[in-house]
Design a protein around this ligand. Sequence first.
Ligand code: ACO
Length: 315
Amino acid sequence: MKGIKIKGTGRCVPEKTVTNADLAAIVDTSDAWITSRTGIHRRRHCRGETHTSLCAGAARAALKKAGVPPEEIGACIVATVTADTLVPSAACTLQRELGLPQDIPCFDLNAACTGFLFALHTMECLLNASPRKFGLVVGADTLSRITNWEDRGTCILFGDGAAAAVVECREGWSSIGAELGCHGDDRLLRVPGVETGHRSLISMEGTRVFKFAVEAVPWCIDRVLARTGRTVEDVDFFVFHQANARIIDLAARKYRIPQSKYYKNIGEYGNTSAASIPLVLSELADLGRVGPGSLVLTVGFGGGLTWGGAMLEFA
Ligand code: ACO
């Protein structure tokens, strides 16, 4: 089996910043509570932007960084639960916007906050069966559109954004060794779909999801290390889904990961769902903290419930 590596990353977030103080004006909360319980200071919310415009911005930036023209892309996956339309999918819309080839699969993938990792694994499988060697993977969500602004337990958490990676698949490269899991549950976390009789807003039992996450993260790390035959010390950087700074810090402590080897941007963006992991990857790449040869262990978890990890390499 051929493996994939990250060739270029890009991101696009809305202009509008919403601070904790802004939210304290509409629900009974405070900057002190949000900061101490989540690590979030501010997040971005769409005002003029759309899911489509964020995806296109992130994808264009990633293609540019990778130096890959749109016509060389062999498949496009958008991981999301909040596309502008169910049909056409965000990925089909992106095919049109970017001028991707028409004889390739373009589709959306729903694994909530773990979506980007599910999409990378799917892309690795697709490119193994494709004559083309490049793939475009986007993680994008605009949860502000379905947030319950009367629920202080959830409305403080989410931000909008999109980030993308162009990957290359080659003979002789190792697989990303993705370890993925699911457990169907609509009580702990629910994002509405096309249905009647329900309020069309997010609901979550935060404390129970927190406990699930604290168990899921080590499971993912252990499974990916075992599968790839690596140790914690081999890993250049750890990238965690940005749902809560406390979840990230607990994992870092458990595995004795030095501060120089993990990163938090949750303070700036909140939880951007499927965009969260590629948003970190893209910032790290721009900061020069990861680059060609870097080995990055990524871990995600979220609605579904879903969870997963993968060992990414940069080309
Ligand atoms: N401001 C002030 N007080 C609040 C707020 C708020 N925004 N939200 C809740 N509280 C109160 C509660 O009412 C409760 O008060 P009580 O003790 O009087 O009943 C108290 O604070 C504690 O509430 P908890 O919900 O137990 O707080 P917790 O420490 O668990 O933090 C949080 C809540 C931040 C949501 C946390 O549980 C969390 O991060 N969970 C994980 C979220 C996650 O990882 N989601 C997965 C991805 S999302 C996706 O897939 C789309």
